[in-house]
Design a protein around this ligand. Structure first.
Ligand SMILES: [Zn+2]
Length: 125
């Protein structure tokens, strides 16, 4: 049988088999730690989204802009983070970071294949 220990202080647990912490203090400390971890994730995602929006806004100079992927990625843009998406009639999917969106475009030329993004604002302008 695996020895049960307190997840906060690693002391062996005594008493009821459903007991998870050695003391109320350890329970509180562990819950606090988990909340902090969740908050850290929230701030990380929040920062990613804000960076994405800032980059999209910066390059969205005339409504619709087509850019090479490297240009955005160099600025810290991460396409895995977006707030919502919208499928348009062509079947393409616009991903949004708040009010600015992007569409992944694949352009194939005989010599190279470059990934590009089309940047739009919320109204699709
Ligand atoms: Zn403990």
């Amino acid at each position: 049988m695996k020895k049960r220990t307190c997840p906060n202080c690693n002391d062996p647990l005594k008493g009821r088999p459903d007991k998870k912490y050695c003391s109320p203090e350890c329970r509180a400390a562990d819950h606090y730690e988990k909340r902090k971890q969740n908050e850290k994730l929230f701030f990380q995602v929040d920062a990613k989204l804000k960076t994405n929006r800032r980059v999209l806004k910066k390059y969205n100079t005339n409504g619709k802009t087509i850019l090479r992927r490297e240009v955005l990625h160099k600025e810290g843009f991460d396409p895995n983070y977006f707030t919502h998406f919208r499928k348009i009639v062509t079947g393409d999917v616009y991903f949004y970071c708040y009010d600015f969106g992007f569409l992944k475009m694949k352009e194939t030329t005989p010599t190279e294949m470059k990934q590009k993004y089309l940047i739009i604002n919320w109204n699709g302008k």
